[in-house]
Design a protein. Structure first.
Lengths: 175, 402
């Protein structure tokens, strides 16, 4: 896991209290959003469970003994959802999928890679895409499968690919 | 000893039993008598002494009427007395003429002693003094005594006319007591009157309300003369202008005057404490200054609300949190915010308590100031279990620096 360079806010106690002043709060949430995405990009994680956020160093800075309350975490996730960087996995909004590129962006990135490497018209397994040797240099290497499927679905909707999902075999065909 | 009389050990109709002590010996003055090891009964009227078992059987016993007792004391044991019995000395007044026969017709002494062989119960003294103070025997037998006296006066010229039952110290004490009783009664009487007045006042207010409502209803029907007269009645009752009560006409003037006074007396003190004073502090200060004619919190609040419309140098201000303060009209939030921003930068973080200490203001006010600063976007909060701390608003500042 790569080392994260925490921003200055991370060691600033007020960062962990939701600010009542509107402008301040906007800045605070913006800072949180970028920090969350940055953290998930570097750690290559995708799922946030609101019930377990405090096991996550992101929301619990033990150095200054501050935790971000769950309500605030939820607000940040909803803000991320608005900008297309997160979506809830269940109705209670307890588990969230977080992605530092929006699904459309991911789709484009993958499709560009397929075009450049001559995979258009052929089938790739999802394992090949995220774990294969061809994609080690790519940003989507190691991407969460759920995020991958969702971004490929955007390609499918744009008629650039077709998902092939059997029990064991998960693949995609690019057009 | 000659005050004792033979008596029936049964209690008289009004008599109330108080207590019983065992193994008591009687002394005539300082000399021992052969009345020893007896039972001593204290009642509301008398002290009864009987041989063991006599009193329960209802036999004749010795009786000393408590009205003879002028004064009693506990005997201090001398340095050479080794007996463990405690003695009480009863100082007695002259025997009454109509006294029943007793064990002794003459005595050299004006006092008797009760010797408690088995130790003296400390309650005996308190109970004895209680019964003597109550003087139950007087209330029940006054009639008899007066009759007796009237009878005696004819045959006995030696007897003094009864002006007061007793003179001397006891007489003075009694007259004092009588006076006290009188004042007591007067006071309770006065309060009874007062409660009556209050009851009446309620009715009066109710009546005046209905009448004033009627007057308002049909303004034209009642002649002006009648209205004036009615108002005069109400005034004489001390009810202030209930006709226009809803409009607060007269209280308005009062509050305006009060507001002016507040502005006059508080302008300097408020400036001294930094341009702002909580209403509670104001309340205390004003009432301390007024001394007697105290203001009610409501009146103060009403008067404070009148400050701004009268364009006086101080105004009432309510914070979002509901805290109300009086502040100098020229008071500038920006100045406060700047000052606090500076302080925050100096110290990195502050709680309301820190600010209150450093600025010498109340914690409540300090908190309000920090909240104002936050509202101006110059501070941000850190709400943890430790305390609510305020920090310089780096969120906004860092961005503008970038």
């Amino acid at each position: 896991m790569a080392e994260i360079e925490w921003p200055w806010q991370y060691s600033f106690p007020p960062f962990f209290t939701l600010q009542p002043h509107a402008d301040t709060r906007a800045k605070q949430i913006a800072a949180w959003k970028s920090l969350v995405l940055e953290y998930y990009r570097i750690t290559k994680q995708a799922v946030v469970d609101v019930r377990e956020v405090h096991t996550n160093p992101l929301f619990n800075n033990t150095n200054i003994n501050r935790k971000l309350p769950s309500e605030a975490v939820l607000i940040i996730l909803e803000e991320l959802g608005k900008s297309g960087n997160a979506s809830p996995l269940d109705k209670n909004k307890q588990r969230w999928l977080v992605y530092w590129h929006t699904l459309e962006e991911w789709g484009d990135i993958i499709y560009n890679w397929a075009q450049e490497n001559g995979f258009v018209g052929s089938v790739c397994t999802l394992f090949e895409l995220t774990q294969g040797e061809d994609t080690i240099e790519q940003e989507f290497h190691g991407l969460d499968t759920e995020v991958l499927i969702r971004s490929l679905k955007t390609l499918e909707a744009a008629r650039k690919a077709e998902l092939i999902l059997f029990d064991e075999n998960q693949g995609v065909k690019f057009f | 000893m000659n005050r004792f009389e033979y008596a029936d050990s049964r209690l008289m109709p009004n008599e109330v039993y108080a207590r019983r002590d065992m193994a008591v010996r009687l002394y005539d003055g300082d000399t021992k008598t052969n009345f020893e090891g007896g039972e001593l009964i204290l009642t509301s009227h008398r002290i009864l002494w009987g041989r063991p078992g006599d009193i329960p059987r209802g036999n004749t016993c010795l009786s000393l009427s408590l009205r003879y007792v002028v004064f009693f004391e506990e005997e201090n044991p001398g340095p050479f007395s080794f007996g463990r019995s405690k003695k009480i000395i009863l100082h007695l007044s002259e025997p009454a003429v109509d006294k029943m026969p007793g064990p002794a017709d003459n005595s050299l002494y004006n006092y008797v002693k009760l010797s408690f062989k088995e130790g003296l119960d400390s309650h005996f003294i308190t109970q004895l003094s209680d019964t003597i103070i109550k003087r139950v025997w007087e209330t029940s037998t006054t009639g008899l005594i007066v009759l007796n006296n009237a009878h005696d006066n004819q045959g006995n010229s030696k007897l003094l006319p009864q002006i007061k039952p007793r003179t001397g110290i006891i007489g003075i004490e009694r007259s004092l007591q009588a006076k006290q009783k009188e004042t007591d009664q007067n006071i309770s009487l006065a309060f009874r009157d007062l409660t009556k007045l209050m009851d009446m006042a309620k009715d009066m207010v109710a009546i005046s309300k209905t009448i004033s409502a009627k007057i308002r209803e049909r303004q034209g029907d009642i002649t002006e003369d009648e209205t004036v007269r009615f108002k005069a009645y109400l005034m004489s009752l001390g009810i202030d202008d209930p006709v226009t009560r809803d409009a607060y006409k007269s209280s308005n003037e009062y509050f305006e005057q009060l507001a002016k006074q507040l502005a006059y007396i508080l302008e300097e003190p408020i400036k001294e404490v930094g341009g702002m004073m909580t209403l509670t502090d104001v309340y205390c200060r004003v009432n301390r200054a007024r001394g007697m004619e105290l203001l009610s919190p409501e009146d103060l609040l009403h008067a404070s609300r009148r400050l701004a419309p009268l364009s006086l140098p101080i105004v009432l201000r309510s914070f979002d949190s509901g805290v109300m303060v009086l502040q100098i009209h020229s008071h500038d939030d920006n100045a406060v915010v700047d000052r606090i921003t500076e302080l925050l930068k100096e110290r990195e973080s502050m709680t309301a308590e820190d600010l209150a200490q450093s600025e010498g203001i109340s914690v409540l006010l300090a908190r309000e100031r920090l909240l104002v600063t936050e509202k101006y976007g110059k501070a941000c909060r850190d709400d943890s279990i430790e305390a609510l701390k305020f920090y310089p608003n780096l969120f906004l500042e860092e961005i503008s620096n970038d």
